[in-house]
Design a protein around this ligand. Structure first.
Ligand code: PLP
Length: 388
């Protein structure tokens, strides 16, 4: 049996006609950059995320970059973030000339550990970028409290978490000063190319992002600040307007698939034997809807990291590959150990929780359209890897 990590065609085929019609309408309008489809998407996303403003941008990376620019964060400033994320989170901080300051993660959720943030603040700290990794909100309560106490801006990297909730129905992206989203095709709401969104409650920040999006010009050819080309394409916006209507349904399917894995893994005995640790749903008792499972990530305990024949994450991954099951490692190298950041002076051992996560985690297929039989096959194959 073949089980891909992600089957985009399962997403797109049932709504192919609707998508192509929307693309054709943009073609007929001959308006390809910004325009009414982008404006419509901005309204839709603001409503979906429960914020007052949304500004369509060129990617999730550019959403982070333009947010930092709008908050006037630059050389000499420090920004606290997680060492265990996609590269763009720290890359954007560096690109505005500021310094990323990493804080280790909570080993159960893989999100930044709020208990370690305060000791990392200095007089130069300007912002915190929590990442809602894999589709689960970081622990925003204490993060916002520390930010208030030290007058720091909070920029939520919600690229993997559209629609995720923290508590009281607060949605990812709506809790900090700014929220950043990505429409990269593998995200829960994916375009047919690159795209992103900045959301905020603050009208001034919204206006600054809008101006920076078009090279810092409020009126054409007059530039108050140096911005960039951070614009969203009309075709991508039109496709996203179609797909947004299906997002809740897809999220529900991801959550049902996660529940099914929980049952299958419980029955397998792999959890009792401490072979596999499943995603922990910390806020389950508050909001059952909180986790949107952009990824379903298990931890494969690595008790004997030096033994190359050991039953570890990498050998399990190879075994699953042989059996036709696609998996991925998010992320094999934590950000503080990336070559481009060696001048920051971090070394191995600085963030043990991020480092063990990089060694031990494995993302399994969770996409909407995954069948029960496929999930059963995934868990059975993991069982047979452990010879049980
Ligand atoms: C995908 C992603 C980004 C970047 O988004 P792009 O649209 O690919 O530029 C940033 N942060 C996180 C956590 C992501 O998963």
């Amino acid at each position: 049996m073949k089980v891909p990590l992600l089957d985009l065609s399962a997403h797109h085929m049932p709504i192919q006609q609707e998508i192509l019609k929307a693309v054709e309408a943009v073609f007929k309008s001959q308006v390809f950059i910004l325009g009414t489809e982008v404006e419509k998407l901005e309204k839709n996303i603001a409503a979906y995320c429960r914020t007052t403003h949304a500004i369509g941008v060129s990617s999730g990376t550019d959403a982070l970059l333009v947010s930092l620019m709008a908050l006037e964060i630059g050389p000499g400033d420090e920004v606290i973030t997680s060492p265990y994320s996609f590269f763009a989170t720290a890359g954007a901080i560096t690109r505005v000339g500021a310094t990323p300051v990493f804080v280790d993660i909570d080993p159960a959720t893989y999100n930044i550990n709020p208990g370690l943030i305060e000791q990392a603040t200095t007089p130069r700290t300007k912002a915190i970028i929590p990442v809602h990794l894999y589709g689960q909100c970081a622990d925003m309560g204490p993060i916002l409290e520390i930010a208030r106490k030290h007058s720091l801006a909070v920029i939520e990297d919600a690229a993997q978490a559209i629609g995720a909730e923290y508590s009281d129905g607060e949605r990812a992206g709506s809790m900090g000063a700014v929220g950043c989203f990505s429409f990269f095709p593998t995200k829960n709401l994916g375009a047919l190319g690159d795209g992103g969104m900045v959301v905020t409650h603050d009208p001034d920040i919204a206006e600054r992002v809008r101006v920076l999006r078009v090279h810092g010009s409020e009126s054409k050819y007059y530039h108050k600040r140096v911005g960039g080309n951070f614009r969203l394409d009309a075709i991508q916006a039109a496709v996203l307007n179609v797909k947004l209507a299906y997002l809740d349904q897809w999220t529900r399917q991801r959550q049902e698939n996660a529940q099914e894995y929980l049952l299958l893994f419980k029955e397998s005995g792999l959890i009792e034997n401490q072979r596999v640790i499943l995603p922990k749903m910390v806020y389950e008792f508050v909001v059952p809807y909180y986790h949107i499972y952009n990824q379903f990530v298990i931890r494969v305990l690595d008790q004997d990291a030096l033994n190359r024949d050991a039953l570890n994450r990498d050998s399990l991954r190879a075994y699953l590959q042989q059996a036709g099951i696609g998996t991925e490692v998010y992320y094999p190298v934590p950000l503080h150990l990336q070559e481009c950041f060696h001048t920051l002076g971090y070394k191995e051992g600085d963030f043990p929780c991020a480092e063990s996560a990089a060694r031990e985690t494995l993302a399994l297929p969770i996409f909407p359209g995954l069948s029960r039989a496929q999930q059963w096959y995934v868990v059975k194959t993991i069982q047979s890897f452990y010879g049980s």
